[in-house]
Ligand binder design. Structure first.
Ligand SMILES: [Zn+2]
Ligand SMILES: [Zn+2]
Length: 451
């Protein structure tokens, strides 16, 4: 199993000798010098906020199960996660009394029954209620199923589509270069419920690889529970120039208690859940992206210009950054480039900013040569996915599992069935040449499992 970073309390200033170094003698642990708990690096004078490592580790475990464990027909003991576990070879091992194939894992000897989905019509009727974004009570009525059966088939549907899409992703993600793009969005539901979510796409295709949110069922200390009305989301006011706009954004960051303190206004948790602060989700989400990046020789990660995301992205790529195999950039899409910044130093940290025809961007981890080509194209897909979710998700959802199942189903439908210029994102990333309707996608996913 892959080993995630388990200690985030270190200097995160890229050009400091202590960058990513644990337990340096230059550190003051849990310093309160600036009015918040931090790890002070005496060498560079930085004070990154103190991170509760245990909280991050617990939620990484929870999210692994949500996003990567929908693995059908592989050994449930030694091959439970996509990307992070190897697939083991299996031997046929007779049939159950009801005629279902059993297999034995060659590695650990475990015998298990292969999944097989026969109630195709029921799965299809549940799928159609999701495609038409029906409110739950109406959806249950439309399908003629009991509530219990409806939720059962919803869970199966999510499992089937997740398994299909993750298997396909595993085949294509091993590549020389990978470009990732990440942004945070608030997804609002009814009764002021909602989640702050982080979305990551493959930058050339817009294919959504991972979408995680700040809702959890793990137990939290009171100080870790998100409960505030405040909003510190950076907004773009009218600015004369890109430079002025960027200065404005840095100024808004400086007004925070600390620069990772992103607050997203009033947000209520779903039943039996709690919300964590957005900055913690950033550490968790970017660790999970190792699923995709660890198979690429080199990668570039373009993150939203939001200081909350910076440290989490750096910590997730620490080893690769030090070997110059990974680079992290701040990224700000522009409707039109008004001027050429060409490496101008902007903001408190003297970040160097560049522009091309699509965006302003700032290399966080490397020193760029002027006019160096970067693999950055127009990247509006996260906004498109977010609008898609906003119109397609059942806003009345009030269950942790159901929300996760709906989000995963919608991620797969968006990637495979939503077309722009006659191509789906799954086409563009190279997973398939076919285009699918939700129904034909389910058919194919079922065939691949039952084959
Ligand atoms: Zn330092
Ligand atoms: Zn096994």
């Amino acid at each position: 199993m892959f080993k995630f970073t388990n200690n985030f309390n270190c200097c995160k200033a890229v050009h400091c000798k202590n960058f990513g170094v644990l337990n340096s003698k230059d550190y003051i642990h849990k310093s309160t010098k600036l009015g918040y708990l931090s790890i002070e690096c005496k060498l560079c004078g930085s004070n990154p906020p103190w991170i509760n490592n245990e909280l991050v580790a617990n939620i990484i475990k929870e999210k692994l199960d949500i996003h990567f464990s929908a693995k059908l027909n592989h050994c449930p003991k030694c091959s439970c996660y996509f990307f992070f576990d190897k697939n083991t070879s299996l031997h046929k091992y007779g049939f159950t009394s009801s005629g279902r194939q059993r297999k034995q894992c060659a590695q650990c000897g475990l015998v298990f029954t292969m999944a097989n989905f026969k109630k195709t019509e029921k799965l299809k009727s549940v799928l159609s209620t999701i495609v038409s974004a029906q409110e739950t009570r109406k959806a249950i009525k439309t399908t003629g199923l009991s509530p219990k059966s409806y939720y059962f088939y919803l869970q199966q549907l999510s499992l089937i589509l997740a398994n299909f899409s993750r298997l396909n992703e595993e085949k294509i993600i091993e590549r020389k270069h990978l470009g990732l793009h990440s942004e945070g969005k608030v997804l609002s539901l009814i009764h002021k419920r909602g989640v702050y979510s982080l979305i990551t796409t493959e930058i050339n295709s817009g294919y959504v690889l991972l979408q995680s949110h700040n809702l959890t069922r793990t137990s939290l200390h009171a100080e870790d529970i998100y409960q505030t009305q405040n909003n510190t989301i950076v907004v773009d006011n009218n600015a004369e120039s890109i430079e002025e706009m960027l200065i404005n954004r840095y100024t808004q960051n400086m007004e925070r208690k600390h620069f990772e303190q992103l607050l997203v206004g009033e947000l209520k948790a779903l039943a039996k859940c709690k919300l964590i602060y957005p900055d913690k989700l950033a550490y968790i989400h970017f660790q999970l992206l190792n699923a995709f990046t660890r198979k690429a020789l080199k990668y570039d990660h373009f993150i939203e210009h939001e200081s909350t995301l910076r440290a989490g992205a750096l910590m997730a790529s620490l080893k690769e950054i030090k070997k110059s195999n990974a680079a992290v950039y701040f990224f700000l899409p522009l409707s039109r480039a008004k001027e050429n910044l060409n490496g101008k130093k902007i903001g408190w940290w003297n970040d160097r900013w560049y522009t091309n025809e699509f965006a302003a961007y700032c290399p966080i981890t490397s020193i760029m040569k002027d006019n160096a080509a970067i693999p950055l194209k127009e990247a509006n897909d996260i906004n498109l996915f977010y609008s898609y979710l906003d119109t397609h998700i059942n806003k009345g959802v009030n269950s942790f599992n159901v929300l996760n199942q709906l989000l995963e189903i919608q991620r797969v439908l968006f990637n495979y069935c939503e077309l722009t210029a006659q191509q789906s994102r799954a086409n563009r990333i190279g997973i398939t040449d076919k285009t699918y309707t939700p129904e034909s996608l389910l058919d194919e996913a079922l065939q691949s499992i039952n084959a």
